[in-house]
Design a protein around this ligand. Structure first.
Ligand code: HPA
Length: 267
């Protein structure tokens, strides 16, 4: 049986065989980010994640599952999109959550853009707002480095890449993302706690991928689309349909932000 490191290497080798040289950047697309993402590229290759051995697959309906590689329009950059992240609430371990991302980085894709939907912890950031993660609070997601490294996470969300994006998009707010494992939404008491802890948004993903990518030396940026006010704020009772509806309504702006973020990726 292959160990985790060997599984990652095996994925990287499959990617090389299936799609050739690695793209310079890739994005993991969450709700709201994937609807129009393909309009940004001329597609070269479309790989079903189920056809990549050892790649953990999402179970949640509507979360898709493809790796799409192509040339970014009006640019010399090759990029890839992953539609179909796996979540800890599906029962995956920390290592499984990040196996695909590690495979992509080992393949050679060193700029990692992590996109998600999250609940807003402030009425000042209403549904539809975009937030660039300046830092995070890992409230209850597994750490993918378990069993291994002591890694510092200072400046994990790449300061220059973020600054370049914020300069181009003044309507994006920097903020701190807290993650709870889900899949139930937070209680109003948990939301009040996260506000006191200094968080600005709450979600159920991204942090393990960011830690693993940073530990491998990749450049990481993460952006949340705030799809709802978190539980209890102004009487909010989050529900999945609201998250999907807000995500869809704002997908055009998200797609433009995705284009800029990829264009600004270094290297
Ligand atoms: N909480 C956690 N995750 C989420 C939320 C939320 O309110 N909205 C979208 N993802």
């Amino acid at each position: 049986m292959l160990n985790e490191k060997q599984l990652v290497t095996d994925i990287a080798q499959q990617l090389q065989t299936l799609a050739g040289a690695a793209p310079s950047a890739f994005a993991v697309l969450g709700s709201g980010w994937k609807e129009q993402a393909e309009s940004l590229i001329s597609v070269e290759q479309r790989i079903n994640l189920a056809d990549i051995h050892h790649w953990p697959l999402p179970a949640v309906a509507g979360h898709g599952g493809e790796l799409v590689v192509g040339q970014l329009n009006d640019s010399d950059k090759r990029v890839a999109f992953i539609t179909g992240r796996v979540h800890a609430y599906e029962g995956y371990s920390g290592a499984e959550l990040v196996r695909g991302v590690r495979g992509m980085i080992e393949w050679g894709a060193k700029n990692v853009l992590l996109l998600n939907a999250a609940g807003s912890l402030s009425e000042d950031m209403p549904p539809g707002s975009l937030m660039s993660l300046s830092d995070h609070i890992n409230y209850s997601l597994p750490n993918p480095l378990a069993g291994g490294e002591f890694v510092d996470l200072v400046d994990m969300y790449h300061p220059e890449w973020r600054a370049a994006l914020l300069k181009k998009c003044p309507d994006i707010t920097p903020g701190i993302y807290a993650a709870c494992i889900g899949p139930s939404y937070e209680t109003p008491a948990e939301v009040a706690m996260l506000q006191k802890m200094g968080a600005n948004a709450v979600g159920m993903s991204t942090i393990p991928e960011a830690i693993a990518a940073h530990a491998m030396g990749a450049r990481v940026m993460a952006i949340s689309m705030l799809t709802n006010l978190a539980a209890g704020i102004a009487g909010s009772r989050p529900n999945h349909q609201e998250v999907l509806d807000t995500a869809r309504e704002n997908s055009q702006r998200a797609t433009e932000t995705l284009r800029l973020a990829l264009t600004l990726a270094l290297g």
